[in-house]
Write a new protein. Structure first.
Length: 269
């Protein structure tokens, strides 16, 4: 049983620590962000499942004392098993304690963009909030009372079609529950030792990929040209080069004709 524990632990470490490095080779993940995100988190949860299986086997071995020939070895095995279980409990507690503050921190950061809401319009699945702000921005805040916030500055510089494409992007974040992916990546980075690059890599990749996934969804629903033009406009106003790169990426792909786009009812203007 003990060799099996070692194999499971090694496989878990291999998946969790090497997947972020292996899956960032080349540029394929930029062209297929949804597939990349699925593979990353499949590797992460697969590694967690293997680690949990190793702990269960270790506990079973401690109870039965199989594979141990001495009393001292049995005691050591039992201590290791309970320490592993304790570590698992600590990580689970960290997940439960850290997730709500992360969500609240995001919500406070979003609220700081504008001093007050001009209007709040309930829509199916979220509330559309217009903020008085000189910063052109739009963002989604998930949760039971999900919101999509749009600044007045953004409404001024974008056409209705472009603004609708931006709303489709934010709506995709809510529909696909991207906030959970970001939270898990953030907690994973906090749990791993700081000198390991796997945690920051997964976090950075997740932040980048959820934006690309939302871009693709919005391009199919509201038109790639409208979204690309909106991103280019926002890049000029904010000086954010990542927006320009995302706009350019949209122009390099083939998209369905505009007549086949179907804008979801909740984000129609």
């Amino acid at each position: 049983m003990l060799p099996a524990v070692g194999v499971l632990a090694a496989a878990a470490a291999l998946l969790v620590l090497t997947a972020p490095h292996v899956l960032t080779i080349g540029t394929w993940h930029v062209h297929h962000p949804r597939t990349a995100l699925t593979l990353w988190f499949s590797a992460f949860f697969g590694g967690c499942a293997l680690a949990l299986s190793a702990v269960v086997l270790l506990l079973a071995a401690a109870v039965s004392a199989s594979g141990v020939s001495t009393a001292a070895g049995g005691i050591a095995l039992t201590l290791v098993a309970w320490l592993s279980l304790g570590l698992l409990g600590v990580l689970l507690g960290l997940l439960l304690v850290t997730a709500p503050p992360l969500a609240e921190s995001h919500r406070r950061a979003v609220r700081s963009l504008g001093p007050a809401a001009i209007s709040r319009e309930p829509r199916r699945g979220f509330t559309l909030v217009r903020l008085r702000s000189s910063t052109p921005c739009a963002c989604a805040t998930p949760g039971r009372s999900a919101e999509i916030l749009v600044s007045t500055a953004l409404e001024i510089v974008l056409s209705p079609a472009q603004l609708q494409a931006v709303l489709a992007h934010e709506y995709a974040h809510l529909r696909y529950r991207h906030s959970w992916a970001v939270r898990i990546a953030e907690i994973n980075a906090r749990c791993l030792p700081r000198h390991l690059a796997a945690g920051p890599k997964l976090r950075q990749a997740t932040l980048r990929l959820v934006e690309l996934v939302a871009d693709d969804a919005a391009a199919r629903q509201a038109g790639a040209a409208h979204l690309a033009n909106a991103l280019a406009q926002m890049a000029q106003l904010t000086g954010d080069p990542s927006l320009e790169l995302r706009a350019e990426r949209l122009t390099l792909r083939r998209w369905p004709p505009a007549r086949r786009c179907r804008v979801p009812e909740p984000i129609r203007i």
